[in-house]
Write a protein that binds this ligand. Structure first.
Ligand SMILES: Nc1ncnc2c1ncn2[C@@H]1O[C@H](COP(=O)(O)OP(=O)(O)OP(=O)(O)O)[C@@H](O)[C@H]1O
Ligand code: SF4
Ligand SMILES: [Mg+2]
Length: 332
């Protein structure tokens, strides 16, 4: 595996207007992604994990130019992505494809399976019709669908099979990066394992790079090379897989990990369940101090006064917590 990042995201900020402001009032914004930086090495998988509303999807959409960024820089395959326009933007879109959570709502119910898989080839490549047919046929086999299923409509497939169609569609343009946004959350546990195995096999076969979004650390434990944990628009911890599962340092990561019954016990530092009370604060209200302070079991006065910066406390291990230093000891 190469150590060169395929995707690097620097200080990405995405905000949504809450009101337009007026003559006398300033516009106010929800910062869905707030000064976020990460990279994904070629051929590897970065998992982005966090609870609902933490900004996982928005960060991925912004990196893929499907949502506008307010600030920051995104470099894909050596190319500065945010300023791209016209044909350059189309070429970039060919290189990044999405697999969505709900394979039913993300597939056009009126298109046959083969039309769904062929669509990105038509809109993003200059391949001829016979080439498109050949590629579509090959992709059907790659994802484990039968040739006679090409003519069927989405409702004629099971959930797992529909996700296979979504995967074939994502592969059609031979992308470099696939953003898997909760690709198995809507599926039964047994089917989840099949789809995760398929994604792993395809990654090996085609040298794919994945940005894998999930609210569940259990799902990504066997899938990822590194993990970024997001909370209210910020990365609070980012580490290689082994460090994160062996030695979760941010109290939020430790709580997420302790809630996953399927996490390999040899990898899990703490088996004791850590409860985090309540919900995240209202994201439309400006926070002072650590965003996790209202729910953190070890919060102190300093936590409410200043926001902790995301610091590298060990090689490939960044944490944003006032109580974690270079000794890399969990404050819990
Ligand atoms: N188009 C939009 N307009 C306004 N606010 C938005 C928009 N899209 C997302 N948000 C807000 O941005 C924040 C982050 O949302 P996002 O969908 O990225 O979170 P997520 O981590 O993917 O959550 P989930 O696990 O539910 O998919 C949320 O507070 C959400 O309400
Ligand atoms: S900075 Fe303070 S409140 Fe925030 S996670 Fe660390 S200990 Fe908890
Ligand atoms: Mg999401």
């Amino acid at each position: 595996m190469s150590e060169k990042p395929l995707l690097s995201v620097e200080n990405l900020t995405v905000r949504f207007a809450l009101n337009r402001g007026g003559l006398f009032g300033a516009a106010s914004y929800l910062y869905a992604v707030d000064d976020v930086s990460f990279h994904v090495n070629r051929g590897e998988t970065l998992a982005i994990v966090g609870e609902s509303g933490s900004g996982k999807t928005t960060a991925a959409l912004a990196a893929a130019r499907l949502v506008s960024s307010h600030d920051g820089k995104v470099v894909l395959d050596g190319q500065d992505v945010l300023p791209l326009e016209g044909e350059d933007l189309r070429q970039m879109r060919r290189k990044v494809q999405f697999i969505f959570q709900d394979p039913y709502s993300s597939l056009n119910p009126r298109q046959r399976a083969e039309e769904i898989v062929r669509e990105p080839l038509q809109s993003l490549t200059d391949t001829s019709a016979p080439e498109q047919q050949e590629i579509t046929d090959r992709l059907f086999a790659e994802v484990g669908l039968r040739p006679e299923q090409k003519r069927l409509f989405p409702h004629q497939f099971s959930g797992g099979q529909r996700q296979r169609i979504g995967i074939a569609r994502a592969l059609a343009t031979q992308p470099e990066l696939i953003i898997c946004d909760e690709p198995v959350s809507a599926l039964d546990v047994a089917v989840q394992a099949q789809i995760l195995n398929l994604l792993s096999a395809l990654q090996k076969e085609f040298g794919l790079t994945y940005l894998f979004i999930s609210h569940d650390l259990g799902v990504v434990q066997h899938m990822c090379d590194s993990v970024a944990v997001m909370y209210m628009g910020k990365i609070v911890e980012h580490a290689d897989r082994k460090s994160l599962f062996n030695n979760p340092l941010h109290p939020y990561t430790a709580a997420l990990l302790s809630a996953v019954p399927t996490v390999d016990k040899t990898l899990r530092q703490k088996t004791r369940r850590i409860l985090i009370p309540g919900d995240p604060p209202d994201p439309t209200q400006k926070q002072t101090g650590c965003r996790f302070a209202s729910r953190c079991p070890v919060a102190q006065d300093q936590c409410r006064q200043a926001e902790p910066p995301l610091k590298e406390i060990a090689p490939h291990h960044r944490v944003a917590c006032h109580l974690v230093d270079e000794k890399a000891v969990s404050p819990l």
